[in-house]
Structures are given as structure tokens and as C-alpha cells.
Design a protein. Structure first.
Lengths: 232, 232
DNA sequence: CGTAGATTTATTGTCGACAAACAAAATACA
DNA sequence: TGTATTTTGTTTGTCGACAATAAATCTACG
């Protein structure tokens, strides 16, 4: 299935990193569902390597909150805390605003080129109506803006939130992929233009409304989902 | 020197956690200076345990940015990036404001009791003119406020920034401990009162000015330090 | 005397194995 | 039959050892 290089083919020192990125992707793509246990031995067999690099990857994932390790018990994929989603929305909105603001202040021509490239990928995914690709490219677009802001503290929180959002969106887009967010492409275009123009106030405002839009959409998906559950 | 329980005395599963907290404290207290290498074998001898739990602790510290692992080379304590301190100040100020704001909105009686307890400890440290204790208790005070805000995303960033700040302050207070920040005690009192009164706007504003004060003090210490270096 | 290459040494990354802890199954007993 | 207890099995936490890699040292040669 997935390309798994044999242990001999991989370079020394890349083991944990390799396992980390594999697991991370599987968690964020919901290939590993929230709450499902992660067996170290089975994983070591699947990736044909020792338990040591796998444990290191798990420690890293745990420190980022993607997995939860029960002492002396199996580590499980962290659940999505639906009760406290508002904290996620709140932080997401603020980080969108702050990073976009900083990007408008500090971007370089190279940053703009990178941002435009991400935006092009996002537009292509939307045109193709590929929901999964949309989620991924949207994440990369905002990650690139955060990078241009050049504040590693904001950037790391933003990346964490984008990952969490990717997982959340993945959960709903696999059932409701009939949404057509063409307006998001336009909003992104406006965002890019405003950043390039170094219009800090407008960048802040646009990022805020953009975040609100996404929040509203997710909430709509959730309530739609809830209603279904009730009707069963 | 330090109380090191023999491996038999410690509970199974607490090994990595134990090493983590030891190393973390030593890094933040500057017992381990930035840039100094961390030898796994020497550490395993010093703490009388295998290299495995030590490596886990190092992975955790690396994912929090406190140490940097050079591939196939020794992991070193992360340097303080003086060139980009402004990003730290920026994030610190925003997080002070946001978490204090949220604490004003969502605090419970239990939160207030905990915050007051931390404030009492801080006041005691200031009264005793114990610079190191001041740094630690100030950190705990703001960490408690962040906890009362009940947003885990803000809270984790805030904790990270407080740690970084603890290290930074430690660097200057060990040479210039003649500062007497009695006004900080009063500012903290005002902060507590405003939070309890649920005055969100004023809490935001107070937290902002409080952060500005601290930033100014650190910058003053840095410039004073610079002048000394030039005069040598 | 200095520099390039070979060799040694020290330290990390990985592995397989064992022991402790928890969960589940099986058994004893009322 | 139901509950408490023992036994069994599975998975983690820890350990010591080995292999790979880079730094440090040494050697040869200009």
C-alpha cells in the first residue's frame, strides 16, 4: 500500500522522523480514527523497524497532543473535544488575524511567491472539487502566510491549529463533499493582494472574516451531522 | 547533590517524566547553559538509569524547543535568539492580554483561590528580595491565570513563553538583582481584582501594560548588559 | 612546518530481550 | 448462578549491547 522503505534503505537517524510523519499523516487524515489504540509492536512490524524509533515518534506526537499515552497501557489517538470546540475556533481566528497581520508587515518577495504558489494549488484543488486536496492546500496556504510573519511562536501555534482543523474538516468532508467554496478562492486572492499592499489593518480584518466564515461552515456541518444522528 | 532516587525506588513509567522535569528545570535555571552539550551516557550515569528514558525526555524537550538535536551529534541546550527577541515580546504581550481576558470571563471561585495563592507566593518572594523565587512565582502566577482562561491552545503557548521568559530573566537577574519591583506586586493585585470583577476590557488593558513593563525592564537589562560588554 | 589523508575514539541511533503492570480469562467458592 | 480470586496473556517500560557516524587524533608527505 504505502511506500515503506526497508530499514536498510533508510538513512540512519531518520527512523523516528519517518515514523512520525507517517503516523501524523494517518492521524490527520483519519486513517487512524480518534480513540483507536496504537500498538507499538504491530507498528514496528508494519514499518519493519525496532520499537525504539516508534516510541520516539509517539513521544513527539504526545507532546503535540495528537496522541494520548495511558501509563502502562496502549497510547491512543487523541479524541476531538467537541465540547470545547469554541476554544479552537477562538484561537484559530486570533492566529489567522495575527499571522496575516505580521505577514502584511514583514513579507519579502520570496514570501509572496511562495504564498501565491500555495494559492494556485488551492485554486486547482477547488476547481477539481477534490475535497481532501482542498483541505491540505488550504492548510499549506495559511501555513505559508504564518511563516512570512516570521514569529516562530505564533507560527507553531498556527501550525498546530491548522493540523487540528485539517482533522476536523476531514471528518465532515468525507460525508458532505457537496459544498462548493468558490468564494474561498476569492477571499484568498483578496488576502494575498492586501498582504502584498502591506495594508495591515485590512489584512487583519479580512483574516478575521475569513476565519469566521470557516468557523460558520464547520458549525453548520456539525449541526447538520447532529440532526442526522437524532433522526436515526 | 540533587536528590536522585535509585532506580528501584522510582515507580515504573515515571523514568522519562523524571528526567524530563530534572533537565527542564536545569535548562530554565541556566544550570545547563545555552549551547552546552547534553551527553546521554553521562546523564544516564548521573541519574542511574538507562539511556532509553533519557532519550525520551530529550525528544520531548526538543519538540518544545528547549534543546536542539544535531543528527548523529550531541544534543545541545537551545540558544536564546537575541536577534529575534521582539517576536518573543510580541507574543508574550498578546498572550498575557488574551489569557487574562479569558480568565476575567470564565474564572470560577476555585480559580480565584488558586490565583490568589500564587500571588501571595509572589509577594513573599518580592518581600524576601529573592530574585530567583520571584521569577518562578511570577511564572506560576501567570500560568494560573492562563489555566483559568480555559483555552488549552492559548495556555500551552503561554506556558512556553513563560518558560522562555524565565530563562531570559534568570540570565540577567543573577547579575543585576538590585532591582526592586514592588510595583509588580501592586500590578498583580490590580490584575486579580479586575479579573474577579469580570471587567474584561480593563483586564486586557492591565495585562497589556503589565507586559509592556516587563518588556521594558528586560530591554533595560539587556542594554545595560551591552554597555558593560562594550566597556570591557 | 603545514596540510591532506588515514585511523582512532567517542557518541549517537537502533536493536532484541526481559521484567513489570494491567486486562482478560479461568477457576473457586458461597 | 453470581462474585471474588487466581491465573494467564498481552503490551508497555527499561535495559545492555552493537552498528553507524562524525569528531578528534595521528601519520605521511609536500
Amino acid at each position: 500500500m504505502t511506500n515503506k522503505p526497508k530499514s536498510a534503505e533508510r538513512k540512519r537517524g531518520s527512523g523516528a522522523q519517518f515514523v512520525y510523519s507517517i503516523l501524523r499523516d494517518e492521524i490527520l487524515d483519519l486513517t487512524l480514527l480518534p480513540g483507536s489504540p496504537i500498538d507499538e509492536i504491530r507498528l514496528s512490524e508494519r514499518l519493519s523497524m525496532s520499537r525504539t524509533p516508534i516510541r520516539e515518534a509517539l513521544v513527539r506526537l504526545a507532546s503535540e497532543g495528537l496522541v494520548t499515552t495511558l501509563p502502562n497501557r496502549s497510547t491512543v489517538v487523541s479524541n476531538i473535544d467537541f465540547m470545547n470546540l469554541h476554544t479552537f475556533f477562538d484561537a484559530m481566528t486570533l492566529m489567522y488575524r495575527v499571522t496575516t497581520r505580521l505577514a502584511a508587515q514583514f513579507h519579502t518577495p520570496a514570501d509572496m511567491a511562495a504564498i501565491r504558489a500555495r494559492q494556485a494549488e488551492f485554486a486547482k484543488a477547488v476547481a477539481a472539487q477534490d475535497a481532501l486536496s482542498m483541505i491540505a492546500t488550504n492548510r499549506e496556504f495559511h501555513a505559508e502566510i504564518a511563516r512570512a510573519g516570521r514569529n516562530p511562536y505564533y507560527e507553531s501555534l498556527c501550525l498546530r491549529l491548522l493540523d487540528e482543523g485539517r482533522r476536523l474538516l476531514r471528518m465532515y468532508y468525507q460525508s458532505f463533499d457537496d459544498q462548493l467554496p468558490n468564494e474561498y478562492v476569492q477571499e484568498h486572492e483578496d488576502l494575498v493582494a492586501t498582504i502584498e499592499a502591506r495594508d495591515v489593518a485590512r489584512a487583519d480584518s479580512l483574516a478575521g472574516t475569513h476565519a469566521d466564515q470557516i468557523v460558520q461552515q464547520i458549525q453548520a456541518l456539525i449541526s447538520r451531522d447532529r440532526r442526522q444522528h437524532i433522526e436515526l
